[in-house]
Design a protein around this ligand. Sequence first.
Ligand SMILES: Nc1ncnc2c1ncn2[C@@H]1O[C@H](COP(=O)(O)OP(=O)(O)OP(=O)(O)O)[C@@H](O)[C@H]1O
Length: 461
Amino acid sequence: MARDTQGTQGTQSQESSIWTLVESQPMEKIVWGRLYGKNIKIKSLDLNNDEFSAGRGEANDLILTLNDLSEKILTRISKVHFTIKRANCDLASPVYIKDHSRNGTFVNNEKIGMNKMRILKNDDVISLSHPTHKAFVFKDLSPNESIGLPEEITKTYYINRKLGSGAYGLVRLVYDTRTCQQFAMKIVKKNMLSGGSRPSTNLSDPERVLNEAKIMKNLSHPCVVRMHDIVDKPDAVYMVLEFMRGGDLLNRIISKKLLTEETSKLYFYQMCHAVKYLHDRGITHRDLKPDNVLLETNDEDTLLKVSDFGLSKFVQKDSVMRTLCGTPLYVAPEVLITGGREAYTRKVDIWSLGVVLFTCLSGTLPFSDEYGSSAAEQIKKGKFAYRHPAWKGVSQRAKLLINQMLIVDPAKRPSIDDVLQCSWLRDAAMLQKAKQLMKIESMDIEEENNFLEPPTKRSRR
Ligand SMILES: Nc1ncnc2c1ncn2[C@@H]1O[C@H](COP(=O)(O)OP(=O)(O)OP(=O)(O)O)[C@@H](O)[C@H]1O
């Protein structure tokens, strides 16, 4: 840490302790942040250690004395007043400030609270013992990722690395600065959706966006990604979503080549519960595919959540638009047959779930341009085959379920309740695991309750 003082010189011992520290440090240390003095006789301090501490105590990196502050303020400073941390001095990590004091450390006039932390952002003002005792301005020397984002977002969230990108725009990891909680922020550019330079009509109606946002914010199910916050701007919608650290199902399938029947069943069951929850509330997802299914952890047995259901509420041109432009993979035949011009029922989700299940179990697609004719033609005819050798090890019950879900006539396709009651899903071990992951005590599906009875009760041992 290098300190640059202004005004009255510091005492000899204080100055020398700081300079000794500087001399003992290797020269190549990265300066990741800087504190600029405000109403304190310190001009600036470079931050280049994992952790920096300030207070009256001798062991601090910055020892606050009468040279820095008036006596009135100094008496209210704790031995260790606050610490600032950046893990491994890594510019890609967030900066945390922890309040250790009795009288309080304040960021932008808000008290952090004893032994509590928050995230420090560029230009944040740190006050000591009282909001009016402004002591430092923090400068984050990592690249500023918040340029161009609306103030409603940047004042609440610290913008971190890119998590991925989709057809609509970027997804970034963000942190709520007060709670330090992580979220995924999806930036949906409006002109991308309309396919031209002008915003689409759906997204340019703020009232509509707000209404839909309200519905989405009120949805609460363990297998549906929670919408925490939404900010609507003329050029983009910013959706702050629950952060899923396990990545998406597509990547999981690709990295494992295919999933076991046991894992596929556990995942499929959770997806079905998410879809049932949405259907019961009159919401059709319309864009179900492995990319839109997110996993909570990297473990095999993990909670899974369906995402992106909200987008179809904002845009009419979701899967349909892209289907008509590109190769349909998960889209139901009725969508292709009508060219997306007609309204279709929630049965489109059942079809997509069938394709997702097929993909999990075999690591291949049921419909593809690589199988001779075009994928669209195969879908319209409902023509598919269990070609991959992996199918040899898959149960008949699973194949039977796929056959039913991939029936071309939507009226003959099962409903989500029918799917949830199929014999393949009556698997006590899987249901037990799912219950634990979903943290649901009593599932409102009768069959499950019956089936969950321990076998010892039924069979005499
Ligand atoms: N809530 C989230 N938590 C963690 N990562 C996420 C979250 N949402 C999205 N991502 C990551 O960002 C990537 C892009 O997501 P996005 O929803 O924009 O596109 P997509 O679903 O892959 O494609 P499309 O835009 O065609 O639906 C995802 O593949 C995923 O890895």
